[in-house]
Ligand binder design. Structure first.
Ligand code: BG6
Length: 518
């Protein structure tokens, strides 16, 4: 009965959303991993679920010579491995694949763009020629070249001054520091206006990450506790049980700070801690996120030494499997100082959060893969039960489990039934799986759809990316010329270096580790 009532209470927010117009999606760097692994499976599922416009085309642009048929066959093969639903429905695939084309060319060759322009012109419907989504799945060093070439053949018009719309979707990493991000921003906005640029952070495409705003601002009971009066501290953990694997070359340059903190973790933090936006439109939401990032206390060298911890894994065992140390991974320097783990203590210097530590951590080769946010509430006054139980009376905590086993749980204390008077923590839990079934669309499905619709809420604005790099750069500056110390190494399969424990111990806090899946 209650379930039926809940169904009646569903409030659909995007009923006023613009309908998706026919368009062409051009993927630059189409032979790369991302296309087969994420983009094509996402587009196939959007097609299957009838979310794409009635008419659309997908064009892969890449260097290697191949026919449309060969590319389609290649993508079909990839689907067997990467599709989230299996088996792939061959009838649906055939329908989808009929919209897929290939355009061979070098990014620097203007003739290739003329060929692309001709292909687009050959589509009968004007919207397929004028509404263009350019997905730059290329190295950032090629962004400038590609947009300039697109501008020259008039496929990209700044400010969309003409028929239709043109948008650029760009992948991370968006630069490697503030200066390079600014350069990329200026390269992109030379030929497109900021509102035409959609910077991806795939964490924003995750259901549970999107739910943070709903959870905070569609309920009255939690938001009033969401401040320094009630919250003792916040822990954000994004742990991964895999090592760097074959990505050693990339990772040596990136490290965990650039790979995970500058983007995903700071995004989660900004959603958790931001002020309510004045409306649910993209700009007010992004304004608040930027404000939050700018309120993070500036990290001087002394602050970095005190509040930021790096780590690097050495050989160990994860889930019964022997793992090599980071320095033994392929394409990694044997004396590398690159961090595979970071733990941060950040302060948000605004009225709401003054004095509340935000602990963030992420790392490779940790015991399990799990992402969660834990809001740790203040303890009760030290009287009554607390006076007798001391540290055994655990303060309340609210955990937002972002992945896997997505859900939210509230931990509070209750009486153990029986004649003796004992108290222990118990939980109230909401699980996506039991409430909504195992519907877990890939982040890229949502992100691609939003880009096609033109809603920028789930994408990173230029000032946001720059604010995040300002934080990451300050940390890197503090680490410069400082080799890792003994307290910063950790065995693969453990929860990080001792230094990360020390970081919390400064205030008598301890990390609460995510629990393994049941
Ligand atoms: C990517 C990082 O952005 O995010 C990877 O480059 C990381 O190193 C991945 O493994 C994690 O994403 P997810 O969705 O698996 O949590």
């Amino acid at each position: 009965m209650d379930d039926q009532l809940d169904e009646l209470m569903v409030c659909r927010l995007n009923q006023t959303r613009k309908s998706v117009e026919p368009c062409s999606i051009v993927i630059f760097g189409a032979s790369g991993d991302l296309t087969a692994r994420k983009l094509i499976p996402a587009l196939y599922h959007l097609h299957k679920e009838k979310q794409l416009p009635a008419e659309y085309r997908v064009i892969g642009f890449a260097r290697r010579e191949k026919t449309d048929a060969a590319w389609r066959a290649e993508l079909r093969e990839g689907m067997t491995q990467f599709s989230r639903t299996k088996p792939v429905d061959d009838a649906v695939w055939a329908e989808f694949a009929a919209n897929v084309f290939y355009c061979q060319g070098e990014f620097s060759d203007s003739a290739a763009y003329t060929k692309l322009e001709q292909l687009l012109t050959s589509f009968d419907r004007p919207a397929l020629r004028n509404n263009l989504l350019f997905y730059l799945a290329t190295s950032p060093s090629q962004f400038g070249e590609v947009v300039q070439q697109l501008h020259e053949v008039k496929l990209l018009r700044k400010g969309e001054d003409g028929p239709g719309w043109q948008r650029l979707v760009v992948e991370k990493p968006f630069g490697h520091d503030l200066a390079s991000a600014r350069l990329l921003n200026s390269e992109l906005t030379r030929y497109a206006s900021e509102r035409q640029v959609f910077r991806i952070d795939h964490y924003l495409g995750k259901e549970t990450v999107q739910n943070i705003l709903m959870f905070r601002f569609s309920n009255s009971i939690f938001e009033r506790l969401w401040n320094r009066d009630s919250v003792d501290h916040v822990q954000i953990t994004v742990s991964e049980s895999l090592g760097v694997g074959q990505r050693g070359g990339y990772y040596e340059e990136a490290g965990a700070l650039r790979d995970m903190v500058q983007n995903h973790l700071l995004q989660v933090l900004s959603l958790i801690a931001m002020e309510p936006p004045v409306s649910l439109d993209a700009e007010p939401i992004r304004d608040e996120k930027v404000k939050l990032l700018k309120s993070i206390r500036a990290l001087t060298e002394a602050e970095v030494a005190k509040n930021i911890v790096r780590g690097q894994y050495f050989a160990g065992t994860v889930k019964g499997e022997q793992r090599p140390g980071y320095r033994q991974e392929t394409k990694v320097k044997p004396d590398s100082n690159t961090e595979t783990f970071v733990a941060l203590k950040l302060f948000v210097d605004n009225w709401r959060w003054s004095g509340v530590p935000f602990y963030l951590r992420t790392g490779k080769n940790l015991p399990l893969s799990a992402s969660e946010v834990r809001i740790q509430f203040r303890p009760t006054p030290n009287v009554l039960f607390a006076a007798q139980c001391g540290s055994k009376l655990d303060p309340n905590a609210l955990t937002l489990r972002l992945q896997p086993e997505e859900g939210i749980s509230l931990r509070f204390n209750g009486k153990v039934p029986g004649t003796s008077t004992s108290v222990r923590p118990v939980r109230m839990s909401f699980s996506y799986d039991s409430e909504f079934g195992a519907y877990t669309p890939e982040a890229y499905e949502r992100l691609l759809l939003e880009a096609v619709t033109g809603d920028a809420t789930l994408f990173i604005r230029s000032d946001e990316v720059e604010a995040a790099w300002t934080i990451a750069d300050a940390i890197r500056a503090g680490w410069e010329n400082q080799p890792l110390t003994n307290r910063e190494f950790y065995a693969a399969g453990t929860w990080g270096p001792v230094a990360a424990e020390d970081l919390l111990a400064q205030r008598n806090h301890v990390w609460r580790n995510p629990q393994p899946s049941k």
